[in-house]
Design a protein around this ligand. Structure first.
Ligand SMILES: Nc1ncnc2c1ncn2[C@@H]1O[C@H](COP(=O)(O)OP(=O)(O)OP(=O)(O)O)[C@@H](O)[C@H]1O
Length: 245
């Protein structure tokens, strides 16, 4: 990968909470239009990594850069402006607002306050995730699956270059998981957005991602194709277990 194609770069990132080292010496580079799965056991440090990328936490050591610019420890509210969006494990939609109004929150931000542009962006984002028919439905009346879709619509409406997905499939049934797979593929194909995707549904990650990064106890233990990762001894021992005979 050429240096100028790298969108996000983490270099020797360390995060410590008191005496607990939660991330240790993490190097990850995310290229343009890459879809990278981020997996690992509970407590491996995946959410903390997202919080470091989005400047919720400053790393104890190391550097985070985006489009070649050092963003280590910048104010969290500047992250979205730079072109980084995220969804959350526990959905954070505004329950009293309609689907469209929720997505407008992201769209207005991305459009720098230009309402016509924001309306178009919000309409397109709802269509991309398959929620056009629920446009005027209050979020409180929507299913978990639709709310997760809505979070993705809100994130892409802000026109990010990088989207961080935090367990978008948690709690979904197999049909809904397939729908989410289709949406994630579409976000990449239609919008060219790079994604870093934390997920415990490993089958989906292996099916959809071209690259997978594995964390365990705050260390990066693998970074490669799904095939490489599923055959990696450390990954089998720490997370995947032996394949069924
Ligand atoms: N603010 C905090 N203060 C102290 N310890 C923390 C804090 N946030 C996370 N940790 C600890 O850091 C470790 C990594 O947690 P993290 O939530 O990043 O893991 P994870 O890989 O996202 O896990 P899961 O798959 O369960 O979501 C855990 O031991 C957790 O208890």
């Amino acid at each position: 990968m050429q240096a100028d194609e790298t969108l996000l770069r983490l270099e020797a990132v360390k995060k410590r909470f008191g005496g607990l080292v939660v991330l240790n010496n993490i190097d990850i580079a995310v290229g343009a239009n890459e879809l990278i799965g981020l997996i690992g056991p509970n407590g491996a440090g995946k959410s903390t990594l997202f919080n470091v990328i989005t400047a919720i936490y400053a790393p104890t050591e190391g550097r985070v850069s985006f489009r070649g610019k050092d963003i280590t420890g910048i104010a969290p509210h500047r992250i979205s402006r730079l072109g980084i969006a995220r969804t959350f494990q526990l959905v954070r939609t505004f329950l009293t607002m309609t689907a469209f109004e929720n997505v407008m929150v992201g769209a207005v931000y991305g459009a720098g306050g230009r309402v016509k542009h924001a309306t178009e962006a919000a309409t397109a984002a709802l269509e991309l995730v398959g929620l056009s028919a629920r446009r005027d439905m209050r979020t409180a009346h929507m299913t978990l699956s639709d709310r997760r879709m809505l979070e993705i619509a809100r994130a892409i409406a802000s026109d990010p270059a990088l989207l961080l997905l935090d367990e978008p499939m948690a709690g979904l049934n197999p049909t809904e998981i397939q729908r989410m797979v289709d949406v994630i593929r579409r976000v990449r194909a239609d919008r060219g957005i790079s994604m870093l995707w934390v997920e415990h549904k490993v089958d989906a990650i292996m099916k959809v991602c071209s690259r997978v990064v594995v964390l365990d106890h705050g260390e990066k233990i693998a970074d490669g194709t799904p095939r490489d990762v599923t055959q990696n001894r450390k990954v089998i021992e720490a997370y995947l277990g032996e394949p069924a005979a």
